[in-house]
Design a binder for this molecule. Structure first.
Ligand code: PMP
Ligand code: GLN
Length: 381
């Protein structure tokens, strides 16, 4: 039998899987795929165990359990002054990846155009293409990777259905400002363009404040706002997140959600609801927690031949390696993993046109012991 033509002919295995596998094969310190190597809060684990043993083992409601949706709505109100109805405007998802996929699937049709910014998170473009949408990529350039709003304006056409943004931004650590949001609002005003805010690093920023799409009524009314508990509570393996959107958008979101996942792991939802209620300030402490890690990591690299770019948010850091060699970034990342024992991500993996800025991404969401050993190895390169 001849297998059907691929729906994603240009897609291979994600760079995160490839580099983590290579790190394991070669016993390298894994600063590639973004995940913490430390434990989630003990209370959260205790609540998960509790709910596993107290009956939360069957299907929860399709949109998520009420206590978690209430806790999410309370948080959005507290942080961004945004009023979302937990019943009709908040949906718990199996990770941000599923939330973003579902939001794209419910609004993009063949022929629609979607604007994304590169470096671009790897799941967006395949999700758009699976719906028959066409992608317009706006490249951002080092060292600051700021959006050029004239270019964005020029990319908008009558076919533009959706713009996807990610702030704080993986992999560059760039954080959009209130001026950026005002420019965005100006461009979409009087259009039917929908927005997806990939805000999974909303609590991890080292400058200014997080400019959520939820902050202003004008942007909120056209936005799917997505965040991930994976990043906030050190539980990337739980794959649990949410999408907040006005009722009209949420109705369409849930039409797809109910058929691509239906609902999400029940005991995790209850555990998160308990934890968010018991310790609502945990998320507010993340910025200081990760700032200390970022600064520790930077100190480890002082005296190395890597040149660190700024990182204003996320738990990632970009670095130039031109003082070491002139390999293409993908080859450099493999070489560093195999020969020098530290795995990283090449930034070209986030560039659909393959642009190679000579940059690699480090993940510093690690214990000091891990970062110390990585630092020794990296200073020796
Ligand atoms: N968006 C960005 C920018 C991310 O970095 C990640 C994961 N690291 C995701 C989405 C996906 O989050 P999740 O693991 O909750 O699917
Ligand atoms: N988002 C994580 C990163 O950027 C990886 C998630 C994944 O492996 N899909 O490293």
């Amino acid at each position: 039998m001849k297998i059907f033509p691929s729906r994603l002919s240009n897609v291979g295995t994600t760079i995160f899987t490839v580099m983590s596998r290579l790190a394991n094969e070669h016993g390298a310190i894994n600063l590639s795929q973004g995940f913490p190597d430390f434990s989630p809060p003990a209370l959260l684990l205790e609540r998960l165990t509790h709910h596993l043993h107290h009956g939360a083992n069957q299907y929860p409601p399709m949109a998520g359990v009420a206590p978690l949706r209430n806790a999410i709505a309370a948080k959005l109100e507290r942080l961004y002054g945004a009023s979302y109805d937990p019943e009709s405007e908040v949906t718990v998802t199996a990770g941000a990846t599923q939330a973003i996929f579902t939001a794209i699937a419910c609004c993009v049709r063949p022929g629609d155009e979607v604007i994304v910014f590169a470096p671009v998170y790897d799941s967006y473009i395949p999700a758009i293409e699976l719906q028959g949408g066409s992608v317009k990529v706006i490249n951002l350039a080092p060292p600051d990777f700021r959006p050029d709003w004239e270019k964005v304006g020029a990319a908008i056409t009558a076919q533009t259905r959706l713009i996807i943004l990610n702030t704080p931004h993986n992999p560059t650590g760039t954080v959009w400002t209130a001026d950026d949001m005002a420019e965005l609002a100006r461009l979409v005003r009087d259009t039917d363009i929908v927005l997806i805010g990939d805000e999974v690093y909303e609590h991890i920023l080292y400058t200014g404040r997080h400019e959520s799409l939820a902050r202003t009524a004008e942007l909120r009314e056209r936005s799917f706002v997505v965040s991930s508990f994976g990043k906030t509570y050190h539980i990337t393996g739980w794959k649990i997140a949410y999408c907040a959107a006005p009722a009209a958008l949420t109705i369409e979101f849930r039409k797809v959600h109910q058929f691509n996942v239906f609902t999400v792991h029940h005991p995790s939802q209850l555990a998160l609801a308990d934890f968010m209620t018991a310790d609502p300030g945990f998320a507010a402490g993340l910025a200081a927690f990760y700032r200390a890690k970022r600064d520790f990591f930077r100190a480890q690299l002082a005296g190395s031949r890597f040149e660190l770019l700024p990182s204003d948010g996320t738990y990632f850091h970009l670095a130039r390696y031109e003082r070491i060699n002139d390999l293409p970034d993908a080859e450099f990342a493999r070489w560093l993993t195999i020969e020098k024992g530290v795995a990283v991500i090449p930034v070209s993996a986030f560039m659909p046109d393959g642009t190679d800025y000579g940059l690699i991404r480090f993940c510093f969401a690690k214990n000091e012991a891990t970062l110390t050993v990585a630092g020794e190895k990296l200073r020796a390169v």
